[in-house]
Design a binder for this molecule. Structure first.
Ligand SMILES: NC(=O)c1ccc[n+]([C@@H]2O[C@H](COP(=O)([O-])OP(=O)(O)OC[C@H]3O[C@@H](n4cnc5c(N)ncnc54)[C@H](OP(=O)(O)O)[C@@H]3O)[C@@H](O)[C@H]2O)c1
Length: 312
C-alpha cells in the first residue's frame, strides 16, 4: 500500500510515520519537497507517485494568525486539498482529509456532542477554510467511496506546537499561570489519532461501509469531556507523578473573556464518536490515559537527549 502523507513534519504526520503498519510504503511530504502553496507542483508529484491513499494532515494550523493571513490559510487548507482530492479521484486512489471541531461554533443550546451531519458554522478563518475543504471534498466524491473526512480536536503529542508542551514550558518558568476553564472539549493524542487513521485505511469491507454517504464524515477524540484548565492541572499532576517536572506552579482558572485573543473559539466542541467506534469496532481510551502516554514519551525523549549530551 502506497500512502502519501502531507504535512509529515507536523505533530500528526510524525505520529503516522511512527506507527506505520507493516507493508505500508510511506511518501512523506513536507514544506520543502511539497509546498502546498504550489499546487501544480504538488499535483505532478501526486501523479508520479500514484498513491493508494493520501492522508492530508498538512495544514495552516495557527488559528490566530489565519485571521490576518486569510489568503494563505485558504490556499493551504481549502484550495490545496480540493485540488489533491480531484487528482486522487481521477487516479483511482483514496483521500483521508483531517478536519477539525472548529467547523462548529459551539453555540448550540443543549450541549450534546456534535453529530457528523450537524450544520457547519465556523467562527474564524481557520474553521472556515477547513469547512470549505469539507464541502469541496463532499462534492468531489459524492458519487464514490474514495474519501473520508476525519474530524478531530485539541491535538496533543510529544512533538510540535501543542498545549502540553506549552504548559510544561510555562510551568518551568513561572510561579503561576492562568488557563481558561470555560471551553469544553476533548483532547486527542496524536498517537490515538494516528492509530485511527491507519485503522480506517486498513478497514476490511471498506467499500461497503463508506458507500453510504452519511458515513463520509467521521469523528475522533479521546474519551471524556474536559476544559483547558483541567488539562493543565492533569499535566501538572501526572508530570510530577512520573518525575518529568518538579515545579509547584500555581494554575489559576480564568474565563475566555479574561484571555485576550483575536479569534473566537467554540465554547463547546465535543464530537460524537459513536459512528467511528462502531465502524472500527474500537472503543478508544480515556484522555487522561493517553495524556500520560504522551508525557511519558516526552520524558523518555528528554532522558535520551540528556544521555547523548552527557556522553559527548
Ligand atoms: N492541532 C490541533 O489541535 C488540531 C485540532 C483539530 C484538527 N487538526 C487538524 O489536524 C491536522 C494535523 O494537525 P497538526 O496539529 O499535526 O498540525 P501541525 O503540527 O501544525 O502540522 C501541519 C503541517 O503542515 C505543514 N504545512 C503548513 N503549510 C504548508 C505548506 N504551504 N506546504 C507544505 N506543508 C505545509 C506544516 O509545515 P511546517 O512545520 O513547515 O510549518 C506542518 O508540518 C490538520 O489538518 C489540522 O487542521 C488539528
Amino acid at each position: 500500500m502506497k500512502v502519501l502523507i502531507t504535512g509529515s513534519q507536523g505533530q500528526l504526520g510524525r505520529a503516522l510515520i511512527k506507527f506505520k503498519p507493516k507493508y505500508t510504503q510511506i511518501y512523506a511530504m513536507n514544506r520543502s519537497n511539497f509546498d502546498m502553496l504550489d499546487i501544480p507542483s504538488c499535483l505532478k508529484i501526486i501523479k508520479s507517485i500514484n498513491p493508494d491513499w493520501i492522508i492530508n494532515c498538512g495544514a495552516y494550523t495557527n488559528v490566530d494568525l489565519a485571521e490576518s493571513d486569510a489568503d494563505t490559510a485558504m490556499r493551504v487548507n481549502f484550495h490545496a486539498p480540493k485540488a489533491f482530492a480531484e487528482e486522487i479521484k481521477r487516479l483511482g486512489g483514496k483521500f483521508l482529509q483531517i478536519s477539525t471541531d472548529y467547523v462548529f461554533d459551539g453555540k448550540k443550546e443543549i450541549k450534546t456532542p456534535y453529530q457528523t451531519n450537524e450544520k457547519r458554522s465556523p467562527l474564524g478563518i481557520y474553521g472556515l477554510s477547513k469547512s470549505y475543504a469539507e464541502e469541496a471534498i463532499e462534492e468531489i466524491f459524492q458519487d464514490s467511496h474514495q474519501a473520508v473526512i476525519l474530524r478531530t480536536s485539541w491535538l496533543v503529542g510529544p512533538v510540535g506546537k501543542n498545549f502540553v508542551l506549552t504548559i510544561l514550558n510555562l510551568m518551568l518558568k513561572n510561579k503561576e499561570i492562568k488557563v481558561v476553564n470555560d471551553q469544553i472539549g476533548s483532547p486527542t493524542s496524536t498517537f490515538s489519532l494516528a492509530n485511527i487513521c491507519w485503522k480506517i485505511i486498513y478497514l476490511k469491507q471498506y467499500k461497503f461501509i463508506f458507500n453510504q454517504k452519511s458515513n463520509r464524515i467521521l469523528h475522533w477524540q479521546d474519551n471524556g469531556e474536559t476544559n483547558w484548565y483541567e488539562i493543565a492541572l492533569t499535566i501538572s499532576n501526572l508530570s510530577k507523578e512520573i518525575g518529568l517536572l518538579k515545579s509547584n506552579t500555581k494554575i489559576i482558572p480564568i474565563t475566555t473573556s479574561e484571555f485576550p485573543s483575536i479569534v473566537k473559539r467554540p465554547s463547546y466542541s465535543v464530537l460524537d464518536t459513536k459512528l467511528t467506534k462502531s465502524l472500527l469496532k474500537y472503543e478508544g481510551r480515556y484522555w487522561k490515559i493517553t495524556l500520560k502516554e504522551v508525557l511519558e514519551k516526552i520524558q523518555m525523549d528528554r532522558k535520551s537527549l540528556y544521555s547523548i549530551k552527557s556522553r559527548s
